[in-house]
Structure formats: structure tokens, C-alpha cells
Design a protein around this ligand. Structure first.
Ligand SMILES: Nc1nc2c(c(CN[C@H]3C=C[C@H](O)[C@@H]3O)cn2[C@@H]2O[C@H](COP(=O)(O)O)[C@@H](O)[C@H]2O)c(=O)[nH]1
Length: 341
């Protein structure tokens, strides 16, 4: 059976053949120049994963790795049909939305003595228990709660049967290779198989698998078992926020027909031609921004390959998108209900 192209090779093929999404070379150059001075900021650093995000685990521990595995197993589809009616989770006096509502619910459960990060627990959770743990503090529930229940049971069972119930086993098996860990995750956990067909080719994005590797690297602070020598081989994580911010910044452009569909709030299916073009071009565009950034530093005689990679660029752009919602409202997200992002 023909193998899937890697996310990087998929992105190249998609960008070369895309019709409704275009990468703007001039916009890429401008974004790289605008980010030049940001590279040394904490928002663009590995340490920012903990120092900027109070809900992320702060310790370097097995518990932190299993927390990350649970969070990224459920890290999909938080957008709401109406901006003023959405799932919110209150934790330690603060309201969280979107992806952070998931993290707040996980930490709320742990504080309540529910071992939600233990595979032995979530492998056999009932739908009612999942509804309770991930309950919203508004009347809008977290989207796709039944899928989350199915994925928890499936993933927990596999982790118990094949890896002794801990994602640390997978990390150790990866022997400090991000690509090896990515392959272990995709080969063993079906819900992470974020793949599609585009113009007859089998393409992959592996958004949750790649962010799982990246978050594991961040939780372990790039040390010990998390010292991935090939972390720069990962791409950005093709979600629904990164494309929005790339178009907002002028690095990417949608055709008039696609922009009209986005403004109408039309739902896409995972694997649709235009949805694949949005995701593939986003990955390709961010790869070019990284290349331009590295070139700008090289011209100044500085090799920044340890400080500039797609993971850190992604974290920066994702946080930027979160903090500039208002400025970006003229660029709608593309709406898909799926378990991949
Ligand atoms: N490309 C990319 N996509 C990411 C993340 C994250 C959170 N992770 C990091 C963030 C801080 C910590 O550093 C975590 O490591 C969530 N998402 C995606 O966004 C969407 C949710 O958006 P909203 O509805 O606005 O919350 C959904 O598809 C979700 O899968 C990321 O980092 N990059």
C-alpha cells in the first residue's frame, strides 16, 4: 500500500497545486522581518510554554507527560457556532474558553481527586463521567463530547495494553527522536491519523501527533528523554487558528470564492479540497517564514537554528492569534467538526 507523504512533503505538493489558497512571498518576507526582534522574546521560547500558560503542567515529571498526552488526545474542535454562546470552564476563579477550557477541565478534575490523566481510568470512563469531567459552566457543552468519550476509551485501552499505561514508555522508545515518536503515535493510536487525499496523492498533516511531540518536548524542557535532536523537523500544527492569523498578517491569501464561503460560515468536511489547501498552505507558508527568519540572522552572522523552528513559530503565532481576536475578526476561521484539530 502506498505510504502517506510526510506533512512537510504534503505541504509542498498542496501549495504547488492549490487554487483557492495562495502563499504570498512578499507577505512571508514582511512577517519574517516583523518577527526578527521577537525571536529572543519569551513568547518565542521553549520556556514560554510553562511561564506564559498557568494551566500547563510546571513540573518535569511522568505525570506532566501523561497530562500532555491526555490534553493532546482531546485537543480538537473547540470553536462555537456563535461567538457569544460558547463552552466556558471556570477554574480557580477564572473563566477559560476554547483549548484552555479543556485544560481547565482536566485540572479541575485532578483537583477533585479524579485521576483523569491515568489511562487505567479513562480507558473505561462512561459517557456520563466524560460529560461530568468536561462539563461547561455555561449552557453550551464542549463540542463532540461523544467522540471524546470514544477516543478516551480507545486511546486508554491501547496505552494500557501496549505501553504499560504511560506515554513515558512511548517517549523512551523514541530514543530522543521527534520523528520516531511521531511514528509511534500515528502507528498505534488511530485517532491521531490526520490524513487526506489531494489530487490523487495521500497527504498527511498529523496536527495532534506533532503538537503532542512538541508539547512533550516543552513539558520536559528539551532535556533528558525530551531532548529531541530533530525537533526542527516538525512542521507547524495545521489547526483553524494559524491559517486565520497568516491571512490576517498578509502571508497567505484566500480566493474571493473561498473568502465568501468562510464569511457565510459554511461547514467544510475534513478532507475537502479547499480545507486541505488551507491546511497544507499554512504549513508551507510557516516553513518559508522560518527559512526567511534564519536567513535574516545568517546575514548578521548568527546561526539561530536552535532558537527558530516551526514549533516555536507556531506557539508564537497561536498565542498571537489568541491575543488579537478582535483585530482578526475580518478573517473567519474555516469551520470543520472533526477529531483531528
Ligand atoms: N497550531 C496550534 N494549534 C493549537 C495550539 C493549541 C494549544 N497548544 C499550545 C498553546 C499553548 C501551549 O503552549 C500549548 O502547547 C491548541 N491548538 C488548536 O487551536 C484550536 C483551538 O483554538 P481556540 O478555539 O482559539 O482555543 C484547536 O484546533 C486546537 O487543536 C497550538 O499551540 N498551536
Amino acid at each position: 500500500m502506498e505510504a502517506f507523504l510526510s506533512p512537510k512533503d504534503s505541504a509542498k505538493f498542496i501549495a504547488e497545486n492549490s487554487q483557492d489558497v495562495l502563499v504570498e512571498e512578499e507577505g512571508v518576507r514582511k512577517v519574517a522581518e516583523a518577527l526578527f526582534d521577537k525571536v529572543s522574546a519569551k513568547e518565542f521560547s521553549l520556556a514560554g510554554w510553562k511561564s506564559l500558560h498557568e494551566l500547563n503542567p510546571q513540573a518535569v515529571s511522568d505525570d506532566a507527560v501523561n497530562w500532555v498526552f491526555l490534553a493532546d488526545t482531546l485537543n480538537f474542535s473547540f470553536w462555537s457556532e456563535h461567538e457569544d454562546r460558547k463552552c466556558l470552564v471556570k477554574y480557580r476563579g477564572k473563566m477559560y474558553s476554547g483549548y484552555w477550557s479543556l485544560c481547565a477541565a482536566i485540572n479541575r478534575a485532578l483537583d477533585d481527586g479524579i485521576p483523569i490523566t491515568s489511562a487505567a481510568y479513562y480507558a473505561t470512563m462512561t459517557l456520563e463521567q466524560v460529560r461530568h469531567v468536561f462539563r461547561s459552566d455555561t449552557d453550551v457543552p464542549m463540542p463532540l463530547i461523544e467522540e471524546r468519550h470514544r477516543i478516551l476509551n480507545e486511546t486508554g485501552t491501547i496505552l494500557l495494553e501496549k505501553f504499560g499505561g504511560s506515554f513515558v514508555t512511548c517517549v523512551k522508545m523514541s530514543e530522543k527522536s521527534a520523528q520516531k515518536l511521531l511514528r509511534i503515535v500515528v502507528e498505534n493510536f488511530p485517532s491521531y491519523r490526520d490524513e487526506a487525499t489531494f489530487k490523487g496523492k495521500k497527504v498527511s498533516f498529523y496536527k495532534r501527533a506533532q503538537i503532542l511531540v512538541a508539547d512533550t518536548w516543552s513539558a520536559l524542557e528539551g532535556k533528558g528523554d525530551g531532548c529531541f535532536g530533530d525537533i526542527s523537523s516538525l512542521t507547524i500544527f495545521a489547526d483553524y487558528r494559524i491559517p486565520q492569523v497568516l491571512v490576517h498578517l498578509g502571508a497567505m491569501r484566500y480566493s474571493d470564492e473561498l473568502m465568501r464561503k468562510l464569511h457565510e460560515g459554511i461547514m467544510f468536511q475534513s478532507g475537502d479540497k479547499q480545507e486541505v489547501e488551507i491546511r497544507g498552505c499554512s504549513i508551507w507558508c510557516c516553513g518559508l517564514i522560518c527559512d526567511r527568519l534564519l536567513e535574516l540572522y545568517k546575514k548578521k552572522g548568527q546561526n539561530m537554528s536552535e532558537r527558530i523552528n516551526a514549533v516555536l513559530l507556531d506557539y508564537y503565532l497561536w498565542d498571537y492569534a489568541r491575543d488579537h481576536r478582535e483585530d482578526m475578526k475580518e478573517i473567519p476561521i474555516h469551520r470543520v467538526r472533526c477529531i483531528y484539530y
